[in-house]
Design a binder for this molecule. Structure first.
Ligand code: GCO
Length: 448
């Protein structure tokens, strides 16, 4: 590539998730999700908000698509809410729920925006959670049925499918650390959940291919590239452990390598129960890997050795308003590591972005130079990675607009468009205007 141009046909998109933007949590037969229940539990959401109205995209998706059109985007990554399609998770299908996604897909295609559909982005039907959720193997089969129903309906128009978003968050963050729904703190359960998620991914792949001609199937993993804070032996050991537990634990089984041995042994009696064909099912060949990247982990273990408290310190060089370190080099290291160590035919950056405390200025605009700087530096890295041979086919900025940022509610703004949550007005920020220039040029341009 010369003069900062991206390859022809590169996908310029944004990413969202059903629970974070749709609202309408009780409309047209939608069932309760674990995130509705989590929001209703006092103290779980910093702002005390729920998934209503979020961005009211259930009704305002035409406005969302107008924003993408204004930015000349050619891709949109969004997720399907399982509780809209099968309200109790494994019973009667709700046609109104499928009709909604039909309308969204058709509206995107009318604007030549390629739909990239995430089948599961955390909003499990609560009725399944009441029966053990992802810790119950029956949920794996319920998910396979849900995938069959959705892809049967949309597979004639949607080509790009992602089975799961961030299984590490669904399992460890939500079942060991308790920070996300369902808010449990049980490591053995968390590892069984992780295993069931991976098995459900593997079962979904052939189902998608069965109902979608020329399907491009992938999974989205969030990566935490690990770096030692010092060259002490303790920090090296901690870094290796973090890398294995956060990154390899999910990537290696999907790539057909099974669970990383050191991490498996380190988990002792907490390891998941694995049925005879599970690892083969998980390794179902996929067409692309979705990479979510925000920041790195700087690992420091002051006491050293097993059993000491593990600290994940962030170097204080630069950070976003969420105190997430800004370290674009880690994205380059990650992409090169994946490309050199695995053989995914295609890679997409399925999430990358920054949270800043944006405000509407007196001129009615939203000036967010820091977000432009963050995006520009990470896109420069993406270009460098492509020039180094990484098969990077697209970039989805997180996010299209400010939305419900999980436990932070709407207090954490990641959008290229500002969302005024009282009026639901969307305003393209300076970063959105700039991102549109980049997409139109298919090249990394300077901020005007
Ligand atoms: C994630 C989720 C998104 C988040 C985003 C910012 O990666 O955690 O996919 O839903 O909103 O990453 O935290």
């Amino acid at each position: 590539m010369t003069d900062n141009r991206f390859p022809k046909g590169f996908i310029w998109g944004t990413a969202t998730a059903s629970f974070q933007i749709e609202g309408a949590t009780r409309e047209d037969g939608r069932g309760e999700s674990i995130w509705d229940r989590f929001c209703a539990t006092p103290g779980k959401i910093v702002t005390g908000e729920t998934g209503d109205p979020a961005c009211d995209s259930y009704h305002r998706y035409p406005e969302d698509i107008a924003l993408m059109k204004a930015m000349s985007l050619n891709g949109y990554r969004f997720s399907i809410a399982w509780p809209r399609v099968i309200p109790d998770g494994d019973g009667k299908v709700c046609q109104a729920g499928l009709d909604y996604y039909d309308r969204v897909v058709d509206a995107l295609l009318r604007e030549n925006i390629e739909p990239f559909v995430t089948l599961y982005h955390w909003d499990l039907p609560q009725a399944l959670q009441d029966r053990g959720g992802w810790g119950n193997r029956a949920t794996v089969d319920a998910y396979a049925r849900y995938v069959d129903i959705v892809v049967s309906r949309l597979g004639d128009r949607v080509k790009y499918w992602m089975t799961h978003n961030e299984p590490w968050c669904v399992s460890i963050l939500s079942h060991e650390l308790g920070e996300h729904a369902p808010g449990l703190k049980d490591r053995k359960l968390a590892l069984q959940v992780a295993h069931h998620l991976l098995v459900s991914h593997g079962l979904a792949v052939p189902i998608i291919r069965q109902h979608c001609k020329d399907a491009q199937v992938g999974i989205v993993l969030n990566f935490s590239p690990a770096y030692p804070a010092t060259d002490s032996l303790a920090d090296q050991i901690l870094t290796r452990q973090h890398h294995a537990r956060f990154n390899l634990w999910f990537l290696d089984p999907i790539a057909g390598r099974g669970y990383p041995q050191d991490a498996w042994e380190g988990y002792g009696a907490d390891v998941p129960s694995v049925q005879p064909d599970d690892m083969q099912i998980i390794a179902a060949p996929i067409d692309f890997l979705g990479v979510n990247f925000y920041s790195r982990a700087v690992c420091h273990d002051p006491a050293g050795g097993e059993g000491s408290r593990v600290l994940n310190v962030r170097s204080k060089t630069e950070a976003t308003d969420r105190d997430w370190e800004i370290y674009p080099q880690a994205l380059y290291d990650l992409l090169i590591w994946i490309h050199n160590g695995y053989n995914f035919r295609d890679i997409y950056i399925t999430e990358n972005g920054a949270s800043y405390n944006d405000v509407i200025s007196p001129d009615g605009k939203v000036h967010d130079p820091k977000r432009i700087d963050y995006l520009k530096r990470h896109l420069a890295i993406a270009l460098r990675a492509i020039e180094a041979g990484v098969p990077l086919r697209g970039y989805f900025c997180w996010s299209l607009m400010d939305n419900f940022e999980w436990a932070m509610g709407t207090s954490s703004r990641f959008g290229l468009a500002y969302t005024d949550f009282t009026t639901q007005k969307r305003i393209l920020k300076d970063s959105g205007l700039w991102f549109g220039e980049v997409a139109r040029a298919n090249a990394l341009i300077d901020h005007p």
